[in-house]
Design a binder for this molecule. Structure first.
Ligand SMILES: Nc1ncnc2c1ncn2[C@@H]1O[C@H](COP(=O)(O)OP(=O)(O)OP(=O)(O)O)[C@@H](O)[C@H]1O
Length: 265
């Protein structure tokens, strides 16, 4: 199989946090991973294992204590503005309309408001927001809010997208619809994506590769390549090959947890 060129390389990155009066905690321990050009890569692991921390480091919102972060071979550790980043709680501003929420990155890039609105307006139908340009966030469903936040992220116009559990708070049916929609959007744009999730089925359905994280401090337990054919749809989750992959993932997660417990002092 032909491997795509590397877009993102995280090299032996560690990160700890100071907790006032309680010392340091190690969130990430020598994490190394890559995302290729046009590749969809997921991180899966238990709550608190450092997945969001890793995305923040890649987005340049914090600096690693050790290790490096390379985008197309160039170190970007601590540098902002090189990736499109949708944080876990990416809220829309309630006082701005949908259109004026999504144009924010374009305005920050210096585009005039009129041009930014024109650019974004053309994309609204593709993001399932046709007819909602002038609505306010409270008038949208949960799925629509997430699509608006996703369009805002997309308009950062960087080749690598970091998505931190974008469907984590949605009900099961809306989540399935959103996964189908994201698969379609990704198929069209073929961005490189680094996607955080707690959901094993979601990771398999969407990804080309999956990294499994241990409980904190986050380490990479395993890396899995998903060879299921594309285009994919949520119906694939009942497929025999899909279920087999799910079993493999479960047992790797379980073995990793047990090994980590065995290591505890
Ligand atoms: N700014 C901070 N200061 C102190 N501790 C932090 C800070 N940010 C994260 N942590 C701690 O670092 C660890 C990793 O947190 P992080 O949010 O990266 O995990 P996560 O895997 O994304 O969790 P979840 O899946 O629940 O969102 C946790 O123990 C968390 O409490």
């Amino acid at each position: 199989m032909c491997m795509p060129a590397v877009r993102l390389a995280v090299k032996a990155v560690s990160k700890s946090y100071d907790r006032p009066g309680r010392g340091k905690i190690l969130a990430l321990d020598r994490v190394s991973l890559t995302v290729g050009e046009g590749e969809f890569v997921s991180l899966i692991g238990p709550s608190g294992c450092g997945k969001s921390t890793l995305l923040e480091l890649v987005a340049g919102l914090a600096r690693p204590d050790q290790g490096d972060i390379l985008l197309q071979g160039r170190s970007v550790a601590g540098c902002r503005g090189h990736v499109s980043y949708m944080p876990q709680n990416d809220v829309l501003f309630p006082w701005r309309t949908v259109l004026d929420n999504v144009i924010l990155p374009l305005q920050l890039q210096g585009m005039a408001t009129k041009e930014a609105r024109q650019t974004a307006r053309q994309l609204l139908p593709l993001f399932g927001l046709a007819g909602f340009a002038d609505s306010y966030p409270h008038m949208l469903s949960g799925g629509m809010k997430q699509r608006a936040a996703f369009l805002r992220t997309y308009l950062c116009r960087q080749e690598l997208m970091l998505l931190d559990e974008p469907f984590g708070k949605l009900d099961a049916l809306t989540k399935i619809q959103m996964q189908e929609w994201l698969l379609d959007i990704w198929q069209r744009f073929q961005h490189s994506v680094l996607f955080v999730t707690h959901d094993i089925e979601e990771a398999i359905l969407l990804s080309d590769r999956i990294y499994l994280f241990s409980p904190r401090p986050g380490r990479i337990l395993a890396e899995l390549t998903v060879t299921l054919p594309r285009p994919r749809s949520p119906r694939l989750t009942t497929d025999r090959a899909f279920i087999k992959l799910k079993e493999t993932l479960y047992s790797r997660l379980q073995t990793g947890f047990l090994e980590q417990e065995g290591e505890a002092p």
